[in-house]
Design a binder for this molecule. Structure first.
Ligand SMILES: C[S@@+](CC[C@H](N)C(=O)[O-])C[C@H]1O[C@@H](n2cnc3c(N)ncnc32)[C@H](O)[C@@H]1O
Length: 408
């Protein structure tokens, strides 16, 4: 690509629009797809230029869609044609509401050719064999062939519904709030000749009870997040249990245990020193910012790295959320971690164990078979030395956001 050609497209007054037919509204998590594009290497420079151009004039989330269809990086004439298409306003940014109509009619027939559905997240989840093996086992054990009516809340590409259908469920409600993904699941059911799945589009909490007649006696959901409760599994499960399911319906998962352990890190982590550097870097004193930052622990969603960090307490069960009996979708409880190893208390790590049935559990513990989930890793603002016998006072709070805090 010549500079002249590129310059034409670097005119920041250009209004880039996105055609309603090709527009898909992405979840926040789909940012991952954009970073994947960056890691492709050879086309990086060109893609960066386009991103810079588009950055402030269009919806960042939609850019992934444009780039996903990007031609082969060595095919310069094609790239120029692609740019020309963008420039000629073949792309039209619209509100999601405007987009719904074209998507609602007959997307299935068009799949693969016209619509770029982001399946990256679902690909990651489908590759997680640990997750799917556990769910498949629990679903097959729960379904009574020819009798069970099941509901799959958040069916995504439909895999758990298909497990239930293939296990002989009389009927499966596959509920999904995203129009594009549910249409994909429908197309997959069609291709696989799975007929006893009824697809219901919408957020479960907004759906009326009448949609679910007969009421499901097995409830399945996999809306577990890296931040454990971040996808509101507690609220959605309780709502579905009380309104949409038959009384006493079997819940998969039926319980979520939350574990925490404290760790020592060999890496020196000093957030304060980093903030001090802002003055040299940007000429602005960030003293107040530093005070706030250093007054609390920082959360990152990451895999616990046992090569750098080592536990100084045993993993401790700090909260058992039993969906069968839980009534209030908020909680606070205090707990203590018993220090068993000498070291610096650098931070703590939270993870879950989901009970799919009495014998089938699924965990993102650093010591369980690897899954696509990370753990919740907190770094203390300041480390302190601890020794066996010491106690670390903590609490866990859920009020729509899950927080695990060190109190002493
Ligand atoms: C983690 S994915 C799991 C997808 C699929 N069940 C699987 O196991 O591969 C969760 C899906 O649930 C959907 N979802 C989350 N909460 C929902 C709700 N309350 N009602 C309908 N769909 C929901 C999301 O859009 C997403 O597609």
């Amino acid at each position: 690509m010549t500079n002249t050609t590129l310059n034409k497209f670097m005119d920041r007054t250009t209004k880039v629009k996105m055609n309603p037919e090709t527009y898909i509204k992405f979840d926040d998590t789909d940012h991952v797809m954009i970073s994947n594009i960056f890691s492709e290497g050879s086309a990086l420079r060109i893609k960066c230029d386009i991103l810079l151009l588009l950055w402030d004039i269009t919806d960042w989330k939609a850019i992934g869609d444009i780039l996903d269809a990007w031609p082969d990086p060595v095919d310069h004439p094609k790239i120029i044609e692609h740019l020309a298409n963008l420039y000629e306003c073949k792309i039209v940014v619209t509100e999601e509401s405007e987009v719904r109509k074209p998507l609602e009619s007959g997307l299935s027939e068009k799949l693969g050719s016209k619509i770029h559905i982001n399946v990256e997240n679902h690909h990651v989840m489908m590759k997680d064999f640990v997750r799917l093996a556990a769910y498949r086992r629990a679903i097959e054990r729960a379904i009574e062939s020819g009798k069970t009516v099941a509901m799959d809340l958040g069916c995504g590409s439909g895999i758990l519904s298909f497990f239930a259908a293939n296990a002989g469920a009389e009927k499966v409600y596959a509920v999904e709030r995203r129009q594009d993904i549910i249409e994909l699941a429908q197309a997959l059911a069609h291709d696989n000749e799975i007929k006893n799945v009824e697809f219901v589009q919408g957020s479960s909490s907004a759906l009326s009870e009448e949609v679910f007649t007969p009421k499901p006696d097995v409830f399945i959901s996999e809306i577990l997040g890296n931040g454990i409760l971040e996808e509101n599994v507690l609220e959605f499960t309780l709502d579905a249990r009380d309104r949409l399911c038959a009384p006493g319906a079997k819940l998969i998962p039926y319980k979520l245990d939350i574990y925490v352990f404290a760790y020592h890190s060999n890496l020196r982590q000093d957030k304060g020193l980093e903030v001090d550097e802002f003055k040299d870097l940007y000429g602005v004193d960030y003293k107040i910012f530093k005070e706030i930052l250093c007054s609390k622990s920082t959360l990152r969603l990451d895999k616990f790295n046992s090569r750098i960090d080592r536990p100084i307490t045993k993993p401790t069960l700090v909260k058992a959320v039993d969906f069968r009996s839980f009534d209030n979708p908020t909680f606070t409880s205090e707990f203590e971690l018993d220090v068993t190893e000498e070291g610096n208390f650098t931070g703590y790590c939270g993870y879950f164990k989901a009970w799919l049935d009495e014998d089938t559990s699924l965990s993102n513990s650093p010591w369980s078979p690897d899954t696509h989930w990370t753990q919740m890793i907190y770094t203390m603002p300041v480390t302190r030395e601890v020794k066996p016998g010491d106690k670390i006072k903590m609490d866990i709070v859920y009020d729509g956001n899950l927080r695990i805090r060190a109190l002493s």
